[in-house]
Ligand binder design. Structure first.
Ligand SMILES: *Cc1c(COP(=O)(O)O)cnc(C)c1O
Ligand SMILES: [Zn+2]
Length: 397
């Protein structure tokens, strides 16, 4: 296996045991907990100047802080997305600055590419021939794309309500697509049945592979570096399984521990009130979510009723002095339209939960008037153009 110098192993977040990444490929061999890549930070010698000397061309420019070196990565130069200033939104929210991290500018149009470049690289390192996952849609499309690039076969299980673009592009990438009637849990059951029949399939599913949150860490490194090493006050993130939120919080702690920054940004989880298990657990002061009984939101990417990593998400929210907020689908779609009309920027329906969550947090007085607030736009607006246009139609436009 070709790994980076400081990457020392995978540590189980439940039992604390550390494993060799060569043999431990997915969940904890002892207790089935989530495995988290661990580094010997003393071996990482990285300064702001070192980074300034590197081209801003892909997330692999932070290779010292990733498990695999850039030369081993199955990459399409994902990441290195723009951080766009939003003066109208800053006025509307009553804060100093709003910065829009535009993950729509990734190879398959969402930040899922950052997770899949890392997970598929691991699959190649482990000698996999086939990768598999269930997904709400975007992760499946990204997995099919990166598998194609690596010459692997992909098996993607999507619920019937996944968007047309996702289904179509899995086909276009040559993936083996199974559309399952129902929602993400139904697709998960079909995936589990298939995995039981194919013991050579390698999972690239959320928090089953240890590498997806690791890839998504890089969003926070980029935001801080693009903001001239000024740590933003708040990051608002449309939260489903919490992969990106957990990854970004880890990244913020790493930068601080390496002496590159002093503070942590407050992390905020934004969900739809149609499926808000993380918000409910946060508000009730719990350490773990309860399964959301009847999930129903148009925001497919965050319709995750049973987020297995909720203890990690809730830790990140509390440790960073952040919070959690749920808004209605109606407000979320209105926000996507408002951002498109006031700033010109395109947000997907799921992604717009971050904008509508930020508006709600501002109404509650959560932000200071000089604060810098980052909105994580997890994907491109044109992946959901039909949903957004239909929303206008529901208003007679
Ligand atoms: C997957 C997805 C999310 C949620 O991501 P998590 O890291 O699992 O919480 C948000 N937005 C979009 C567009 C997605 O595809
Ligand atoms: Zn364990």
């Amino acid at each position: 296996m070709e790994t980076t110098e400081a990457f020392v192993g995978l540590t189980c977040v439940d039992c604390g045991e550390t494993f060799d990444p060569e043999s431990a490929t997915h969940r904890c061999p002892d207790c089935d907990g989530i495995l988290d890549p661990d580094y010997d930070y003393d071996r990482i010698d990285l300064s702001r100047e070192d980074l300034a000397d590197r081209p801003f061309e892909s997330m692999w420019r932070y290779e010292e802080l990733l498990p695999f070196p850039k030369r081993a990565a199955v990459s399409m130069d994902e990441g290195a997305t723009q951080l766009v200033e939003c003066p109208s939104l800053a006025d509307e929210l009553g804060v100093g600055r709003v910065l829009f991290k535009d993950e729509g500018r990734n190879p398959t149009g969402t930040f899922k590419d950052r997770g899949q470049t890392a997970a598929i690289t691991a699959a190649v390192q482990h000698g996999a021939t086939d990768v598999a996952l269930n997904s709400a849609g975007n992760a499946g499309q990204a997995a099919a794309a990166y598998a194609a690039r690596a010459g692997l076969d992909s098996h993607v299980f999507l619920p019937s309500r996944a968007g047309f673009t996702n289904k179509a592009m899995v086909n276009v990438h040559g993936g083996d697509l199974t559309v399952v009637e129902g929602r993400i849990g139904d697709a998960g059951a079909a995936y589990a049945d298939a995995m039981a029949e194919h013991d050579d399939w390698y999972s690239v599913k959320t928090f089953v592979t240890p590498y997806r949150h690791e890839g998504k860490k890089t969003m926070l490194y980029e935001v801080v570096e693009q903001n001239d090493w000024d740590v933003p006050d708040a990051v608002v993130y449309p939260t489903g399984g919490g992969v990106g939120l957990v990854g970004m919080h880890k990244a913020a702690k790493e930068l601080r521990d390496l002496g590159l920054t002093d503070d942590l940004p407050s992390m905020y989880a934004a969900q739809s009130s149609g499926c808000a298990p993380v918000v409910e657990a946060f508000e009730e002061g719990k350490d773990v979510h309860e399964v959301w009984e009847v999930p129903d939101t148009i925001c497919g990417g965050i319709e995750i009723p049973d987020p297995g990593a909720s203890p990690l998400i809730l830790d990140a929210l509390r440790e960073s002095d952040g919070g959690a907020v749920a808004t209605s689908d109606e407000d979320i779609l209105d926000s996507a339209v408002a951002v498109a009309q006031h700033e010109g920027l395109e947000m997907g329906a799921t992604c717009a939960a971050a904008a509508s969550g930020a508006w709600e947090l501002a109404r509650r007085g959560e932000f200071g008037e000089d604060d810098t607030v980052v909105l994580l736009n997890t994907g491109a607006g044109n992946k959901d153009d039909d949903v957004l246009r239909s929303h206008l139609m529901s208003k007679g436009v």
